[in-house]
Design a binder for this molecule. Structure first.
Ligand SMILES: C[S@@+](CC[C@H](N)C(=O)[O-])C[C@H]1O[C@@H](n2cnc3c(N)ncnc32)[C@H](O)[C@@H]1O
Length: 219
């Protein structure tokens, strides 16, 4: 697995990763983290939680990786880590590490995987969590209003009814029990760069899928 550390991409061994996480009571893994600011805020607000942001685009995490590497007085954080990887390759060294998994406003193959849903990728997300871990997926629901656009992207629109009818059984087989589906107008309570962009723009609707990772999760 590769870490984005102080603007550089360096290898990270499973042993070193475990030694970083071990002193902390909780672990958050954010998949498709983008610029990593959500992870930064969570790590700053919850010093008892080790927070890991993952994205295949290392460039987007460069700035924040330099910020967390600074001294504490200048914004550095010992409990935030950024990894370069795609959901399709998870969990790797992160198997069973998380108490909480988040996927905020995914696009591309990650959005397709969640909305179709692709049970193999959903199982990979599930495999990040400890049994009973929480998983929360925030989707930009405004995208689903344009059927032609969704068709071009290969995304299948989701609303609460389809989530319960089609996503819940598929997620369940992949190791995630969906426990809530909610449409949110305006900002979701946890702030991500894309969430804030949506709230400022015309696209304001978020669909939140909340779930629990089951004890059978594994890839
Ligand atoms: C709209 S951005 C959201 C970024 C961030 N979560 C936020 O809310 O500000 C979508 C992110 O999903 C990532 N992504 C797309 N496909 C992915 C995949 N297969 N695995 C992991 N991340 C993926 C992109 O690189 C991008 O950073």
């Amino acid at each position: 697995m590769k870490q984005v550390q102080n603007r550089r991409i360096v290898p990270l061994t499973a042993e070193f990763l475990r030694s970083l996480v071990a002193p902390y009571a909780h672990c958050l893994v954010d998949v498709g983290t983008g610029d990593g600011r959500f992870v930064y805020r969570e790590a700053a607000a919850h010093p008892e939680t080790f927070c890991i942001g993952i994205d295949p685009v290392a460039e987007a995490m460069r700035e924040i990786s330099a910020k967390v590497a600074k001294k504490a007085a200048r914004g550095g954080l010992p409990n935030a880590l950024y990894l370069m990887d795609a959901a399709e390759s998870l969990p790797g060294e992160l198997a069973g590490i998380a108490d909480r998994v988040t996927v905020n406003y995914p696009w591309g193959s990650l959005l397709r995987a969640v909305t179709i849903p692709d049970s193999q990728v959903v199982a990979r997300l599930a495999a990040l969590g400890k049994p009973g871990a929480a998983i929360e997926i925030l989707l930009n629901a405004s995208v689903f209003e344009d059927a032609e656009y969704c068709g071009r992207l290969g995304v299948v629109p989701v609303d609460p009814a389809r989530a319960e009818r089609e996503l819940a059984p598929a997620f369940s087989l992949a190791g995630i029990e969906l426990v809530g589906t909610e449409e949110i107008e305006g900002p979701a309570e946890h702030r991500t760069s894309w969430g804030q962009r949506l709230v400022r723009g015309s696209a304001r609707r978020t669909l939140r899928l909340s779930g629990r990772i089951g004890s059978l999760a594994g890839v």
